[in-house]
Design a protein around this ligand. Structure first.
Ligand code: XMP
Length: 512
């Protein structure tokens, strides 16, 4: 395995992803707990991430010296290079101007990190982002590549197997970065590259069995990918010691609730309690238009309904959750301070504390794309595994204002047509999320010889990497026209369609 010591870079997670894509298990730990993690993991190699600090500061975050003394290969990236140079006896200096963005490096000599990727004498595009730079190398190091602004763009001490770059090899803007990282983990650190989802599945099943023993587990299914993959995996491990509870809040998309039930009961034969709680949720939401109150109401009702069902089942020892790695990585924060709540997200959060159950979280180590790969490995249908993210509060937050059964019906039909058109145009996988929003506004229209006075539907589609930022999707107008015409012709209750061209920030992806 590879240990990644995090110094707070925005892109540290990408290092872990690239290493895992090379078939090697990796973990990210904040620099403060690196020493303990190194002892626990006994990794075959260590990567020092980038970060916003300066090693010239008194309180600069550093790597444990024991990492450099252990005889394992170390790769420093950006701030990681400065840490390495500074701690091993070189010199780092501040610069007047920070260097950001695309740069070109020239390879000056061969080394194991560039073997088979870059030849000596060649020039390559990389992504730079740094303030300080190394100005004198520690003993044993040699320059391997230079750029106009970074005479130590890549350095190496091949005897000790220490390598470092001023540029970020984990980002796609360094086109050969993944190959360089693969060299580090395979050729230099000697990792086998056998960490696949098939492997993970076998290991995870053994771990679940060891943790659960003969205990009973309940799992809250949401219909989403994460909880579904977790449930199928756990069922494979412990069979009918698992019961799934599907709290159907009546706010799913068209046909989705049925699909969940038939997939789990029919295809996998997993014990599933389907609680039809649509009336409870919709009645509570009917007169409420404040987005935060709507979200909180849904969260509270979800817990109440789930708890009541769990009690009917006679309780359980464990609660299963589809928690993913990005939710558990302890991030290094230099900014501190309280952050404002933009939206109170609803999922099964809050349940474990209330119900005093131990947690089974078999996906805690995985990124979203790995969960999808595991889902396919477990035989979940491609269309299911590749579905766009869907928020816990469902269609309620896509119906600004009070939610009614009529509005939900209109929204469901219109959204199904929109998604159908997107699939037909072959655009579904290029889009991070696409959905419709039924506005609480009616406008005048004319259909045939008659006047209409009906709702406005907003279409939304965005591209994104992680949902934190997003760009609106640039459909061609033909497509939008086609989708709008179909929706207005086929869905009673909508006579006008608009397209949302707001990116995030300043907008958010969902409207509420
Ligand atoms: P926003 O609207 O904040 O959404 O830009 C970012 C991503 O999060 C999803 N989302 C949620 N997911 N529970 C969830 O599980 C929620 O309450 C929730 N609210 C928003 C949203 O769909 C997008 O993918």
């Amino acid at each position: 395995s590879i240990l990644i010591i995090d110094f707070g870079s925005q892109v540290t997670q990408l290092i872990a992803r690239r290493v895992r894509e090379a078939g090697v298990y990796s973990e990210i730990v904040p620099f403060q707990s690196a020493e303990a993690a190194f002892e626990r993991m006994r990794p075959k190699g260590v990567i020092l991430s980038g970060g916003p600090a300066s090693v010239l500061d008194q309180s600069a975050p550093l790597a444990p010296m024991s990492v450099f003394a252990a005889g394992v290969p170390v790769l420093g990236i950006c701030y990681g290079e400065q840490v390495m140079a500074h701690q091993l006896g070189g010199r780092v200096e501040g610069e007047h101007h920070r260097e950001f963005g695309r740069a070109f490096v020239e390879v000056t000599r061969p080394c194991a990190l560039t073997e088979g990727v870059w030849e000596a004498g060649s020039r390559h595009q990389v992504w730079m982002s740094h303030g300080d730079r190394v100005t004198a190398l520690p003993d044993g190091f040699e320059v391997v590549a230079v750029s106009e602004n970074a005479p130590y763009a890549m350095i190496a001490d091949e005897a000790r197997r220490f390598y470092a770059t001023q540029f970020h090899m984990e980002v796609v803007h360094t086109p050969d970065g993944a190959k360089l990282l693969s060299n580090f983990v395979h050729k230099i650190a000697g990792c086998a590259g056998d960490w696949t989802m098939a492997h993970f599945r076998t290991d995870a099943i053994a771990r679940i069995r060891a943790q659960v023993g003969s205990g009973r587990v309940i799992c809250g299914l949401s219909g989403g990918v994460d909880s579904s993959v977790a449930a199928v995996l756990i069922h494979e491990a412990i069979g009918d010691q698992l019961t799934c509870i599907f709290v159907d809040h009546g706010l799913m998309r068209k046909g989705e609730a049925k699909e969940v039930v038939s997939l789990f009961r029919g295809h996998y034969n997993i014990p599933l309690v389907h609680v039809d709680a649509a009336d409870t949720f919709i009645d509570a939401l009917e007169g409420e238009s404040d987005p935060e109150v709507k979200r909180k109401t849904i969260g509270r009702l979800f817990i109440e309904v789930f708890e009541a069902e769990a009690t009917k089942l006679g309780g359980a020892d464990f609660l299963a959750q589809g928690t993913l790695y990005p939710d558990v990585i302890e991030s290094v924060s230099f900014t501190g301070g309280p952050s404002v709540t933009i939206k109170s997200h609803h999922n099964v959060g809050g349940l474990p504390e209330r119900m005093k159950m131990k947690l089974v979280e078999p996906l805690r180590e995985l990124f979203k794309d790995e969960v999808r790969a595991l889902g396919r490995e477990l035989g979940l249908p491609d269309a299911f595994v590749g579905r766009h993210p869907f928020p816990g509060p469902g269609l309620a937050i896509r119906c600004p204002g009070g939610v009614t059964r009529d509005k939900l019906k209109i929204l469901r039909e219109a959204d199904a047509i929109y998604l159908d058109e997107i699939r037909k145009a072959g655009l579904y996988d290029a889009i991070w999320q696409a959905f419709s929003v039924l506005l609480p506004v009616q406008t005048v229209g004319v259909m045939g010889d008659g006047r209409t006075y009906e709702y406005v539907l907003a279409l939304r589609a965005v591209t994104s990497v992680d949902g934190m930022t997003a760009d609106f999707y640039h459909f061609d107008m033909e497509f939008l026209g086609r989708a709008a015409t179909r929706i207005i012709n086929e869905v009673k209750g909508v006579n006008r369609v608009v397209y949302d061209v707001t990116s995030k920030p300043p907008g958010t992806i969902e409207w509420e």
